[in-house]
Design a protein around this ligand. Structure first.
Ligand SMILES: Nc1nc2c(ncn2[C@@H]2O[C@H](COP(=O)(O)OP(=O)(O)OP(=O)(O)O)[C@@H](O)[C@H]2O)c(=O)[nH]1
Ligand SMILES: [Mg+2]
Length: 453
């Protein structure tokens, strides 16, 4: 997500870092490069123009803050302007005063409507709601079956439909009745897609809108289609009045142009992003965090949230205590690694880290999932005493462990070295997280104390 753009902007800021102070010349040339980077990321040209204009105006008008370097100044302003472009605080879902809140999921064929409907239901359940599903895609025989399979997987009720219900409005009406009867507070309506926007599709969606009075009409678009996604979002908005956008397949889109343009072009915020095919590969979109990611400041807030989800508080406190008192054993190391896996792929975790200082070295590390499995296997092959005290693991023990885990003595050596490094790293990371925790919500630059800025 945003990788290419982020890399390019880092380079621009790095060049600025050598400059003593912000002048009209160095700012002009930096902004020119920022502009090119944004255009290359396929951001809508009008959006780019406006953004650069705003940044320039603000930077010129700004008093010379001697405590900030040129790169800090520019990054700070771009950060705020990016957040504006991305929609500030508008990305929250709305709910009806009287349940059920109906969410209509619309979009072109294959954009990811059905998958996203399931992901959103899962997300809602995790956030204390009781969703019900219905598919009103009566055109493709397998379409309703597809949602039924997803519903079963995420253990969410779905209205199955009766044989005489052949029209979308009939299915939707009954589904809402069932949601009321079952005390469900949100009804998610997955609709049929079309290759192109056509009158028949729009008429059908308008009928559904009139019948259901949805609080959210979420337009699902494939991020990889870039400005085409933005264009169809705008068209749906003109004809139907959408309330937000879900951008799918962000995992395959390194540019991010659609994400950066949609709010400005349609006036409607990006609310969620799909980052993979699985039900949990789905995130609420936070403009401030996305801006941080784009500017290479990482997304520590999301990381902390994910970490809190994966580690329970007591366990975490215990780990911190052990780290501080240097009692962090190989057994703890293995448990941490296992918990870490619950956070997602190593690659996705590393992407949330700021690309500065020590974290920069980590970014260059090639995350290897197999390596993780191997490490766990090696630790499993140790005796409890060895796990408790790695100092006793001598040559013959290393040979035995290598054999037991189906690896080699080198791999065991590597692991022990990594363990030593991890002790050091986690110590500094846990310190950082505590510090950042206090700063949450105030993602102010410079204040973060990130090295390199
Ligand atoms: N990599 C990736 N694939 C996704 C994501 N979201 C959906 N997909 C895939 O995109 C394909 C189409 O998804 P569907 O949910 O069936 O799309 P749809 O809009 O319901 O399609 P129609 O009902 O035919 O219009 C499937 O193979 C999904 O697994 C995502 O965020 N990342
Ligand atoms: Mg579908």
């Amino acid at each position: 997500m945003f990788d290419n753009l982020s890399d390019k902007l880092q380079r621009v800021f790095k060049n600025l870092r050598g400059e003593g102070r912000l002048t009209a010349e160095n700012m002009e040339s930096a902004l020119r490069e920022v502009r090119v980077a944004l255009l290359e990321a396929d951001v809508n040209f009008k959006v780019v123009k406006q953004l650069i204009e705003n940044v320039k105006q603000r930077a010129m008008g700004q008093e010379v803050l001697t405590s900030l370097s040129p790169s800090q100044q520019i990054v700070g302003i771009i950060n705020e302007e990016l957040i504006k472009v991305l929609g500030s605080h508008e990305s929250k879902l709305r709910f009806a005063n009287e349940p059920p809140s109906v969410f209509l999921i619309v979009g072109l064929q294959g954009s990811g409507k059905t998958t996203s409907t399931g992901k959103l239901a899962r997300w809602l359940t995790k956030n204390g709601h009781r969703p019900e599903l219905v598919s009103v895609d009566v055109y493709r025989p397998a379409a309703r079956q597809q949602l039924a399979i997803i519903a079963k997987d995420i253990k969410t009720p779905i209205y199955p439909g009766a044989p005489e219900e052949t029209k979308p409005v009939d299915l939707a009406r009954s589904a809402r009745r069932e949601a009321v009867n079952n005390g469900r507070d949100v009804l998610l309506v997955d609709t049929a897609g079309r290759l192109h926007i056509d009158d028949q599709l729009m008429t059908e969606l308008k009928e559904l809108k009139a019948l259901l009075n949805p609080v959210e009409i979420l337009f699902v678009a494939d991020a990889m289609t870039g400005q085409d996604a933005v264009k169809s979002a705008a068209e749906f908005h003109n004809q139907l009045g959408i309330t937000g956008v879900i951008l799918t397949k962000m995992d395959g889109d390194a540019r991010g142009g659609a994400a950066l343009s949609i709010r400005s072009v349609t006036g409607q915020p990006l609310k969620f992003v799909g980052i993979g095919e699985k039900p949990d590969a789905f995130e609420q979109f936070h403009p401030d965090r996305a801006a941080s990611r784009i500017l290479g400041m990482g997304d520590i807030v999301s990381f902390v949230e994910k970490a809190q989800e994966a580690f329970d508080g007591k366990q975490q406190e215990e780990m911190q205590r052990k780290l501080i008192e240097n009692e962090f054993t190989l057994e703890d190391f293995r448990d941490q690694l296992k918990s870490l896996r619950k956070l997602g792929s190593l690659e996705s975790i590393l992407k949330m880290m700021p690309k500065t200082g020590m974290m920069k070295d980590l970014q260059n590390m090639q995350p290897d999932e197999k390596e993780l499995t191997r490490i766990v296997a090696i630790i499993d092959s140790m005796t409890p005493r060895e796990r408790e005290n790695h100092m006793i693991i001598n040559g013959s023990r290393r040979r035995r462990i290598a054999k037991g885990s189906g690896t080699s003595v080198e791999k065991v050596n590597d692991l022990l070295k990594q363990y030593g490094q991890a002790r050091k790293m986690m110590k500094s990371l846990s310190g950082n997280m505590g510090f950042l925790g206090k700063k949450l919500g105030k993602m102010g630059l410079g204040k973060l104390g990130l090295p390199g800025f």
